[in-house]
Design a protein around this ligand. Structure first.
Ligand code: OGA
Ligand code: MN
Length: 295
């Protein structure tokens, strides 16, 4: 299949202009080998760190898929299977793979699943979206391929009062179908559209653990419920551009063995393409924990 899709534009900050992990509000946890059994006390501490830091990074981990699955269960229920599971059951199994490899197992295939390159919060097109996502770096390209995160609580706090008042109580429509269009991906199938009807969520949500308000938007968000679509889209895209300025963003430069977890309730994230998408492999193992209804 030839690639008829447009190149993916790089908007927003470059990886070298963004915040350090601590300035962003995240934390790197050292001195824990996640392949060894963890005491309940340690587990509880890690969960507390996750609840109060939108991105948590462990380095130098060597985990089998089963071990990653078991560690993920500490954070809650593992998310049900993805809407794309019929297309590629291996790629979308509970511990699945995020990669730049084609069906022939090699890099260089046209990127037809492009959603990850646009700012998004995982599964915000579900009524009950994802709580946490965990990626484990297995094969890492030599340059580029960072994952960027925007701290949407910091961004919300930085909005001026009139804007805060204007957006209070608004709800955004999120949809898999629109998300595919907005990322110029393969269109959603009729079956997928039936399976994942549009949902709506508040565009300002309150974090159940910290009590902080944050924006809640991203590429799965389409327009504002009850507003003319174009006007709603413009507001959502404006807020997204505001929230993804370098001063709210951390860029995670992957090393093999990294295990990064993030809180989808108060962040959006995206992948950056790497230097040599056609030759260098980028492979990460992924698990996702189901969240709660945003309020
Ligand atoms: C994801 C995702 C980004 C990346 O796994 O949910 O968006 O950098 N990944 O691979
Ligand atoms: Mn994602």
């Amino acid at each position: 299949m030839s690639n008829t899709l447009e190149p993916i534009p790089l908007t927003g900050p470059r990886a070298d202009e963004t915040l350090s992990l601590p300035d962003f509000g995240g934390i790197e946890i050292e001195g824990i080998d996640l392949s060894k059994p963890l005491s309940q006390e340690r587990k509880d501490w890690i969960i507390r760190m996750f609840r109060t830091h939108p991105v948590v990074v462990f380095r130098g981990q060597d985990l089998t898929k089963d071990a990653q699955y078991a560690f993920t269960l500490n954070f809650g229920e593992i998310e049900g299977l993805h809407v794309n599971r019929h297309i590629d059951p291996v790629k979308y199994s509970p511990v699945h793979t995020v990669s730049n490899l084609g069906t022939d197992g090699r890099p260089g295939a046209p990127i037809r699943e492009r959603g990850n390159y646009y700012w998004h919060s995982d599964k915000s097109y579900h009524d009950v979206p994802s709580l946490m996502t965990m990626l484990h770096g297995v094969e890492i390209p030599s340059r580029g391929g960072e994952t960027q995160f925007a701290n949407l609580a910091k961004a919300y706090a930085a909005l001026d009062e009139p804007t805060k008042q204007r957006i209070e109580g608004l709800r955004a429509v999120h949809s898999w179908e629109r998300s595919r269009i907005q990322s110029n991906s393969l269109p959603a199938t009729e079956e997928q559209i039936r399976e994942r009807p549009a949902v709506n969520h508040p565009i300002v949500r309150t974090h159940p653990d910290t009590g902080l308000k944050s924006l809640y938007l991203g590429n799965h968000a389409s327009h504002i419920l009850g507003w003319p679509e174009e006007e709603g889209r413009a507001l959502i895209r404006w807020l997204e551009a505001f929230a993804t300025q370098a001063r709210f963003v951390y860029s995670h430069s992957w090393r093999k063995g990294d295990l990064t977890i993030w809180d989808n309730r108060c962040t959006v994230h995206r992948a950056l393409q790497h230097q040599n998408m056609n030759a260098e492999r980028r492979v990460l193992h992924r698990t996702v924990v189901k969240g709660t209804v945003p309020y």
